[in-house]
Design a binder for this molecule. Structure first.
Ligand code: ZN
Length: 50
C-alpha cells in the first residue's frame, strides 16, 4: 500500500516535457532540474510544457 503510493509518486514526477525555443524540439527529463539545457542544441532557452 505504502510502497505502491511511493512508486506511483515516482511515476508522477517522471517525464516532464520541455520545449526548446531555439530549435523547436520537445524532450523530456525524468527529473526537474533548476538548470536545464536542450539535449539537441544545448540552448538554455527552454520552457516547461504540461
Ligand atoms: Zn534546442
Amino acid at each position: 500500500m505504502g510502497l505502491f503510493d511511493s512508486v506511483r509518486q515516482i511515476f508522477t514526477i517522471t517525464g516532464n516535457e520541455y520545449r526548446c525555443h531555439y530549435c523547436g524540439r520537445t524532450f523530456s527529463y525524468s527529473v526537474e532540474l533548476p538548470d536545464l539545457n536542450c539535449p539537441y542544441c544545448d540552448s538554455a532557452d527552454i520552457e516547461r510544457i504540461d
